[in-house]
Design a protein around this ligand. Structure first.
Ligand code: BYC
Length: 317
């Protein structure tokens, strides 16, 4: 019988080789906890992220826009489901996961605590929020935990469509009337800084990064991904004649990257601590929906049981 040191050596060798760790493999408790923390935060973000855009489904400016937005919001629910399932492979139930969200024990992305005010916000979310998410998630397709990696492969395919639909909304507005262009610029002004905060605190203050990089859960650091996003997005803004609200944004020839201004980490910490504009509203809405949907879940379970019993030829009263 192997002892835990030998198990750990096997685990480390797998990580070293770039093999996936699968649910039944031995893993250090801290690796399991880190995965649970990150994947559940990710799942909660997808589901809470349905709210800001859901706010505009009844107000989309055309049937085409409404159908696309509905499909996008539904995709986010699907992403949440893949990720909750990946969490469950680590030995936690859906009920416990939701309890952690509702009691504030588990976080979700800071970005979803900002309000959606105009239709242009739908464009900005797709372009910037999904755009930032893709940069992060492309890396996560090669994460070391098998179920998380496989979920990310599917999610990334849909996410790149989401980013393009958002950018298309911005293109149309930016090329429209002066009022429409102003709406697009206003949305960019409000969503730019929160979007670049999505990548998390600067590397020097990222307490989880060292372990996550060592275990190949994360393959790039918060600041590396943030820089990648900024470098990619500046040209897209210029192309449609919008101005990124950062007076310090400047191409740095020596670094081969854009330099950017100071991020307001006080605002980030405030939002993550639960004191953003919409934190309380988002959570109250989720709890209410969860309670109102209880009878649907009970009915679905009862129907599944009845069907299974009937298949076993057991009569149920
Ligand atoms: N918001 O040590 P760090 C989407 C927390 S949804 C809130 O660097 P880590 C979409 C962090 O949890 C996609 N909290 O952490 C849906 C940690 O606190 P704890 C969302 C944040 O984990 C609908 C502390 O700060 N994507 O695409 O190494 C519509 C220190 O941070 C945030 C994901 O969830 C934040 N922004 O790195 C449209 C990606 N950042 O837990 C679109 C998966 C940090 O120690 N997650 N914190 O108490 C990750 O890649 C990583 O968890 C992060 C942070 C890069 C976010």
């Amino acid at each position: 019988m192997e002892n835990s040191t030998q198990f750990e050596e096997i685990f480390n060798a797998k990580i070293e080789r770039g093999d996936f760790i699968e649910p039944k493999d031995w893993m250090p408790e801290k690796y399991r906890k880190t995965l649970l923390r990150q994947i559940s935060q990710h799942a909660h973000s997808e589901v809470i992220g349905m709210q800001p855009e859901g706010n505009f489904i009844t107000r989309a400016p055309s049937l085409r826009r409404k159908a696309v937005l509905l499909a996008k919001v539904q995709d986010e629910a699907g992403h949440g489901l893949y990720l909750y399932s990946a969490c469950e492979t680590l030995g936690i139930s859906r009920e416990e996961l939701l309890d952690q969200l509702h009691t504030g024990k588990a976080k979700y992305s800071s970005i979803f605590n900002y309000p959606t005010i105009t239709w242009a916000d739908m464009g900005a979310i797709g372009w910037l929020v999904d755009g930032a998410a893709i940069i992060n998630q492309v890396m996560l397709q090669r994460t070391s935990y098998g179920p998380y990696s496989r979920a990310m492969v599917r999610i990334c395919k849909e996410e790149s469509f989401h980013q393009r639909q958002g950018y298309e909304i911005m293109c149309v507005l930016a090329n429209g009337t002066a009022e429409q262009k102003a709406l697009a610029q206003d949305a960019l002004d409000r969503w730019w800084w929160p979007s670049i905060m999505m990548f998390g605190p600067p590397d020097g203050e990222s307490k989880n990064s060292a372990d996550s990089i060592r275990w190949k859960i994360k393959r790039e650091t918060n600041d590396e991904l943030r820089q990648k996003f900024i470098d990619r997005t500046v040209g897209q803004a210029e192309f449609i004649g919008l101005v990124i609200p950062d007076k310090d944004l400047k191409w740095n020839e020596a670094r081969g990257h854009y330099d950017y201004g100071k991020i307001n980490w006080e605002e980030f910490n405030k939002v993550v601590a639960g004191n953003g504009v919409c934190n309380k509203k988002r959570m109250a809405h989720h709890i209410k929906s969860q309670e109102e949907g209880k009878w649907v879940r009970e009915a679905a379970n009862a129907y599944a049981k009845k069907k299974a019993d009937r298949e076993k030829n057991i009569l149920v009263a």
